[in-house]
Design a protein around this ligand. Sequence first.
Ligand SMILES: NC(=O)c1ccc[n+]([C@@H]2O[C@H](COP(=O)([O-])OP(=O)(O)OC[C@H]3O[C@@H](n4cnc5c(N)ncnc54)[C@H](O)[C@@H]3O)[C@@H](O)[C@H]2O)c1
Ligand SMILES: O=C(O)[C@H](O)CO
Length: 322
Amino acid sequence: MRKPYVFITRKISREALKGLNESFVVNMWEYEEQPVPRDILLEEAAKADALLTMLSDKVDLELLDAARNLKVIANLAVGYDNIDVAAAIERGVTVCNTPDILTDTTADLAFALLMATARRIVEAAEIVKAGKWTGWSPLLLAGHDIHHKTIGIVGMGKIGETVAKRATGFDMEILYHNRSRNTEAEERLGARYTSFEELITTADFIVCLTPLTDETAGMFNKEAFQKMKQSAIFINVSRGAVVDEDALFEALVKGEIAGAGLDVFKQEPIGSDHPLLTLPNVVALPHIGSASAETRQGMIMLCIENIARVLYGGQPKTIVNP
Ligand SMILES: NC(=O)c1ccc[n+]([C@@H]2O[C@H](COP(=O)([O-])OP(=O)(O)OC[C@H]3O[C@@H](n4cnc5c(N)ncnc54)[C@H](O)[C@@H]3O)[C@@H](O)[C@H]2O)c1
Ligand SMILES: O=C(O)[C@H](O)CO
């Protein structure tokens, strides 16, 4: 009998594959930093019973139509905007993601990015390393306070709520906007539900943690930035396409908002000549929200477990139900 074929779209440790190797034929793209080229992905998908994909792999109609044997896609991310989930389900393909396991790690990064942007940590560290620190002075690199300010979280799901928990330690007032009320966060963390409009006009820190959907694409546009306080700091750890980046650049240049901390971009990797990267009040990170060694290892093992479960005819641990 033919052994099921599993294709992994990025290099991961051979050690992690032990659980799959016994029963399945496993192949992987042997590069850690380069995504698998589209033509190879399509060829592999055509043979695969299971794919372990990255958020940079587009799983669209073309791929799904080529993937006649495909039973499961395990995406190494909680976000699954790179996958046409409806089309996959229609073809009987199970789609899995990695929720929960990355929640605390991503919330840590979101809060670290907020702090780095508010307190100008990256700028300050660069000045010291470049030998440009000429001495202490009263307003040298004076940033914005975080404690006792108002944080507004757009997308109060698992990570949003965990960022809110961190904000309580800084005595912050917590506002949130979500598709539905999160009464647990209201009771446990004292968070207050507001409209999107109220949140963006009153918060000192606006943190986006929604998934990327048709509804959220471009939600942070020119109008939204114009409504924010001039002292507001915008943090995005969701997906780049929730932001109109030209509008964000304009808002920063015109002083309509005070700064931005961005872990994600519309085009990844962002070009080194992108206008946003020229601004000192932008802290830009290379999509590292969940990137701790422990969490990434946990995400990989969860994907492998999901693949094995589906190929053995069972239910995955974490399934995407849009
Ligand atoms: N930068 C990173 O490395 C990184 C890491 C993990 C997750 N993420 C992103 O963060 C997102 C959230 O992850 P999560 O685990 O908290 O997911 P989640 O599903 O628990 O939370 C998402 C929340 O967003 C809300 N939401 C959806 N559409 C909305 C809208 N139009 N307006 C307001 N709220 C809306 C949902 O109701 C939900 O509460 C992921 O989808 C992913 O895109 C990024
Ligand atoms: O959606 C996700 O999980 C991130 O973007 C990567 O961890």
